[in-house]
Design a protein around this ligand. Structure first.
Ligand SMILES: NC(=O)c1ccc[n+]([C@@H]2O[C@H](COP(=O)([O-])OP(=O)(O)OC[C@H]3O[C@@H](n4cnc5c(N)ncnc54)[C@H](OP(=O)(O)O)[C@@H]3O)[C@@H](O)[C@H]2O)c1
Length: 169
């Protein structure tokens, strides 16, 4: 099972301000394009709640929301919106059993940290925006270990950000 993390980041490595604002991100189309290609997305419960009804659930694939308490969300679940728990390994096994071989991991920081901690992120596609926040929610949240990456490609997007693609070593 392959995990590809894709997030919009600032030049100083944040995905949102401390109060959760990431309206500076200009990569909606690229976000939707990867989701459409892969067919499923995995997000943290806080990201889901923040963008519920606005961005999520994305149409045309399966939206997995990671939470410690999936039962609490049973009434809200549909074919396209599923709430899953367990360890990161168990969550991925669950997604794989439902027919996927790749999942797009799309933040926020806490879920990214959980998967980084478990050594389960295979690739990162980072859309680096021309902005420094000074403080905010970090790409890998509370994860505080080194992580070595191997460069795959870099591409300038005319909307003003740079797309950097890495493999996690
Ligand atoms: N720039 C970008 O591309 C981008 C993308 C996505 C999000 N964001 C920003 O990120 C912010 C939210 O990030 P966040 O770090 O606060 O929260 P988050 O990662 O979206 O969600 C955290 C929640 O995910 C669940 N979770 C995380 N690890 C888990 C584990 N090991 N087992 C079970 N459940 C687990 C927990 O849900 P429960 O509490 O329900 O157990 C936890 O409270 C938002 O402000 C959003 O704007 C930015």
């Amino acid at each position: 099972m392959k995990v590809i993390l894709q997030n919009a980041v600032t030049l100083d490595g944040f995905i949102a301000t401390l109060d959760g604002d990431s309206d500076w991100a200009a990569d909606d189309e690229e976000f939707a394009a990867l989701f459409n290609k892969i067919g499923c997305i995995l997000i943290g419960r806080k990201t889901y709640e923040q963008y519920k009804g606005d961005i999520f659930p994305l149409a045309g694939g399966v939206n997995y929301v990671y939470t410690h308490d999936p039962e609490k969300w049973t009434a809200e679940a549909t074919q396209e919106l599923r709430f899953i728990g367990g360890s990161p390994h168990e969550a991925l096994n669950n997604i794989q059993k439902q027919g996927f071989d790749t999942v797009m991991l799309a933040g926020g920081g806490e879920i990214n940290a959980s998967f980084a901690q478990a050594g389960l992120i295979d690739e990162m596609i980072l859309h680096v925006h021309p902005l420094l926040l000074g403080k905010g929610i970090q790409l890998l949240g509370p994860y505080n270990q080194p992580l070595n990456l191997e460069f795959i490609s870099s591409q300038f997007n005319p909307k003003g950000f740079v797309q950097n693609h890495y493999k996690v070593k």
